[in-house]
Design a binder for this molecule. Sequence first.
Ligand SMILES: C[S@@+](CC[C@H](N)C(=O)[O-])C[C@H]1O[C@@H](n2cnc3c(N)ncnc32)[C@H](O)[C@@H]1O
Length: 390
Amino acid sequence: MPHILVNKHKDIATPSNYDDVAFQFIAKSSKENKVLVETENKKFFLNMKEKNNNILVKIDNITRISPVSIVKNAINAYGKISGSKILFENTSNLSKKVEPKKEFLKDIEYFVNDFKTDKEILVEVGFGSGRYLIHQALKNPDKLIIGLEIHTPSIEQMLKQVNIQGITNILAINYDARLFLEFLESNSVNTIFVHFPVPWDKKPHRRVMSVDFIQESLRALKPNGTLELRTDSPNYFEYSSQLLEHFKKFPSKILKNKDLEVISKYETRWKKQEKDIWDVIITSTVEDKILDIKADFSFDTNINIKNLDLPNKPVVKKDFLVHFENVLTIEDYGILIQLTMGSFNKPISKYIIVANGKASYFQGNPIPTSANLKAHKLIKSFLQENKCEQ
Ligand SMILES: C[S@@+](CC[C@H](N)C(=O)[O-])C[C@H]1O[C@@H](n2cnc3c(N)ncnc32)[C@H](O)[C@@H]1O
C-alpha cells in the first residue's frame, strides 16, 4: 500500500494544486483527517493519521482507485505541498512499470449508468492471475468478457497482459461479484465462471456461492446460459451441491476431474498435488423479468448539520442495516459522513458529503440493490429529521 510518513505540519491550504493534483478540502475528526483529491478524472481521499508524533499519509481504503500510479502521484504531491520532511516513502517507483490500459478497467458507476453492448457476454468471478479470463478473450474475440476481482494487484497484473497481448474485449472491475450480479441486466449473460473461489471454511457467509448468488446469476443469464463453478475444495463442492437443492427445476450437472483447455495458477498447484477437482454447472432455462429497481438515491435539501444526531450504533432492520461510523467536519460549512449500509453479508462502505445544506454520496451513488435502496431511505430520514424549518 503506497504511503509516506512526514513530519507534523500545518494543514495544507485548500483548494490548492500541485503537479495536476487538486486538493479540494480537508475533513477532520479526532481519529484522522482526510483530504479530498481530484486528479486524472478521479476523486478519492487521502488519510492523514498521526503515528508516533509524525503523519502517515495513504489512500482512504473506502475510496480506493486504480491504477496505483495515480495514488502514488497524489501522495507525492501532498508531500510536496505540505512542505514537510519526508521520513519514509514507497511512492517513488512510478514510471518504470508498464501501466495497464485504463480503458479496460471500469468503475461501478460505468456499469450502473453507461454500460451497453450488443455483444454476447461472458463473466468471470474472481479471475486472480487472469489466465482463464485472457484465454476466454482470445478464444472469443467477438464476445465481451467481464472480469470481476477484488484484489487490486491481480487486476493490474491481468491488465498488463491485456496490454501486451493487444486484447480489446475485456472489461475488468474491482468489485464484489455478489453485489455486481444483483444489478446486472436480466437475460444478458451467456456464461458465468466461478473458478476456485476462496472456500472460506471458517466464514461461510463470505463465500461467493449462495442461494442469492445462484438466483441472481440465473436471472442475469440468458436461457441456456450457464453458471459454472470449479473447485478443488471437497467442502465447497459439497456445499454448492447442496445449494442446487434450491434450484431443482433448473438442469444441473457435476463433473469430476474434467480437463480444461487452460489451467489457472491455482489449478496447476492442485494438479501437482493430485487433488480432485469438481465442476458444478447449472443452466438457466427461462426468460426472467426485467429488473425494475427505482434507483432514487437523492436527499432533501436544506439539511441542517448543526442539529445532526446520528445513531452511533448499527441500526439493524429485517433485511438491511445502516451504521454511521464516523462524522468528520469540513470547515464550517459541511460534514463528511462515513457509513456502512445494505445487506448483512455484503454491506458497502460509503461517504456522504453534506455541504451547504445539500447531501450526496461520494464517488457516486450506491449500486441499486434493494437492500441499498432501503438503507438509503433510512439514511435520508435521519438527515431529514434535522432539516431546517423554512
Ligand atoms: C483462489 S483465487 C482463484 C483465482 C482464479 N480464478 C484461479 O483459478 O486461479 C480466488 C479469487 O477470487 C477473488 N474473490 C474473492 N471473493 C470475491 C468476490 N466477492 N468478488 C470478486 N472476486 C472475489 C479473490 O481476490 C481471488 O483472486
